[in-house]
Design a protein around this ligand. Sequence first.
Ligand SMILES: [Zn+2]
Ligand SMILES: [Zn+2]
Length: 306
Amino acid sequence: MGSKYFQVGQGVWGMRLYFVNIYMIANRRGNGKGWVLVDTGVKGSANKIIDMAESLFGLGTKPTAIVLTHGHSDHSGSLKELLRYWDVPVYVHPLEVPYLTGRSSYPPADATAGGGLMTLISWMWRTSPINVSRNLREIDPYDGIPELPEWKVIHTPGHTPGHISLFFPLNTTLIAGDAFTTTRTESAVYTLSYMKKLSGPPKYLTTDWYAAARSVRKLASLQPRIVATGHGPVMRGRELLTALSFLANRFEELAVPKDGRYVGHSAVADENGVRYIPPSNGDPKLTAGVAFAASVAAFLLVRRFW
Ligand SMILES: [Zn+2]
Ligand SMILES: [Zn+2]
């Protein structure tokens, strides 16, 4: 099959696609066959995702729904491709809708926040929307996702306005998207090697740090025993609880960049998309060598993923 997936917990599997994770959740209720795909990875991942699904659930299987933690291009990259095979509903939070109907772009990445190669090349990230209106469904904040009756949807804005996390109370499994991560996403070395380090949301693409702090505290208060994030390896048990409460308690010191476009000035968005973007605080001060290395890396990454 070729796809290398891993088990997160009972009925939950994940797969790493270069530097981002996708997850599959089997539904224990209903007809016992249903499963849901969470996020879709970078562009060009559809075949790997279908291979994984078929080895878990059988040939010709398709999910009952796709859920996006948020619409960033590394999480929605293969969505359009997948919908050609699987014509299923795509659930997002109402505040994430404008970025998936072609209505609004995300605010630009902040290449001055966080340091690291991934930050320096973050201006290459696609922030413009895709349009999957035909399949799109708004998540009802009270009822959750009908295809995932046992999972709670938790609105965790900050990284993006309509970012959600999924929580399974029975064994306290949390799928946290990019609300926080388990690797240092600003560093190419950490991100590509999946080195474990519980961290805040990716610095260069987070546009409301006050909301991001509240979201991490909300998630920490759930005391999850298993956490699967958008970037980095699965974390569990005491190691997780200690690191997560440490991050929640010292979020401003550990996760918020020293300065940056969105630090102290959040971007503002509503159901129609972005309303206000703080002015740019200037270009990052790059030495010629770093700028050259960044452009080479950017060129290679962009050719591969965007
Ligand atoms: Zn993201
Ligand atoms: Zn991401």
